[in-house]
Ligand binder design. Sequence first.
Ligand code: ADP
Length: 528
Amino acid sequence: MVNSPKTNSQQETSEEYLYDFWKSLPFPLCYVDPLHFVLDINEKLEQVFGYTQVEIAGEDIEKFFKEGSSLEELKKEILRKGLVKKEAIFLAKNKKEIPVSLLAIARKDKQGYFNGYFLGIDNIYENEETYSPLELKGQIKEKTRELEAKLSELKNSRLALLNMLEDAEESKKDVEEERERTLSIIANFVDGLLNFNMENELILINAEAEKIFSLKNQEVTGKSITELAKISSLESLIKILSDSPKPTKTKKIKEVFKKELKISERLILEVSTIPVAREDERTGTLVILHDVTREKLVEKLKTEFVSISAHQLRTPLSAIKWTIKMLTDGDLGELNQGQKDFLEKIYISNERMIALINDLLDVTRIEEGRYVYELTKVSFVDLIQKMVDSYENEFRGKEIKFSFKKPRTVPKLSVDVEKINLVFQNLFDNALKYTGRGGKVDILLKHNKKEKEIVFSIKDTGIGIAKDQQDRIYTRFFRGGNALKIETEGSGLGLYIAKNIIDAHHGKIWFESEEGKGSTFSFSLSLK
Ligand code: ADP
């Protein structure tokens, strides 16, 4: 079939040699005649595509390719060009569609006439068993679809991320603006402000506080309260902020409180602290330094004025008292009963005025820090008993039943007797004044051995104190609405003085009261 080159030494004919060569070529090959009928195929083609020589020989080459594989074109081109390369889909015996690349080489006879062509069929995929072109296409499509879906998902995620980023940027801007606003409020705040975190480190100090303590923000921020205590200008502030008077590692800011801090004669501060919390979680403490120098000065002037006025009033009131006494005693001539009764009333009113003046003087002394205490060891039972005895007639006069209950033995106490008597007097006076005719007053003295303290209480069945007025009871000049109505005498200073005296003895004073039912006033003093 093919023209064979001549060999000299071998016995086999050149035709046989070429045939063997052709058969054993390692790629699929067939020989096609000018009318495109397959004449022969090699072994490799048989192996790869599953056809036998008999099945394929004599068949139109088109039969082995998928429709649309442009075999027509190949047929035309091979005549024109002599060499054609093409991609096509080969139909294997097992019906698999195998993408192949074709190489057609025209063969001419000695006269140059077209004599058919060799068609090399190269399987694009090495393992033709695994891939069928249809499956492959399907898979490719599937993968492409998957990839496209992934891509669009990625695009969406990117878009979402960009949006989130934009939102985050916006919120960050809002937060920063809010922070700037807060910081500028803090910076320009008229009061000094110091903010401590939960580790008791100073995280913020405003300009006013810098000015008060003559220091710079950079010198103190970030420092712990223990380190701050070493800075001389801050020493007194840290002292009142700390749990203990001496700086220790475990210093902590106290809960809400108000205290006075005298920086100099011309600068008095009111220090208050408030816990700072974010969504119920404590984040630190804010210390507020409010300048009260002016208020203190006004208060001082007021106290001085009251003190001077009271002193000035006391002398003429004493003169009136002694003059009335001389008159009623008959030193200036005998008086009739009517005149005596009249003078008695003037005498009582004058006494009240003297008592009021004395109260005012006590208040001014307390406020000026001149209320000196002299302690002596006394029996409380004796003090109270004397008080009960002195009030006995008045209680009886109002038909008030009274009792005094006490333990068999009570240890002696170190107190300022005069001042403690003033406390008793105020409490007895109130029980008497605010309890109606036929009421009851119970006095009780207890010795709490466990707490090492004694507790005094006086319980009455009087007018009581309205709930909404109870928190003002120890303020100067306060008088309850119901007390004013029953027109009893009173200055509203008694309980203020009593509380100051008990506080000065490191004791505690408290009361329980219900309007219309009665009140119990108590105080405790430590035996330690
Ligand atoms: P004063 O008795 O001179 O008014 P206080 O300071 O002793 O002043 O008392 C202040 C106010 O407290 C009284 O005006 C009264 O309203 C109320 N109060 C005090 N003790 C009693 C009491 N035992 N019962 C009812 N109200 C009382």
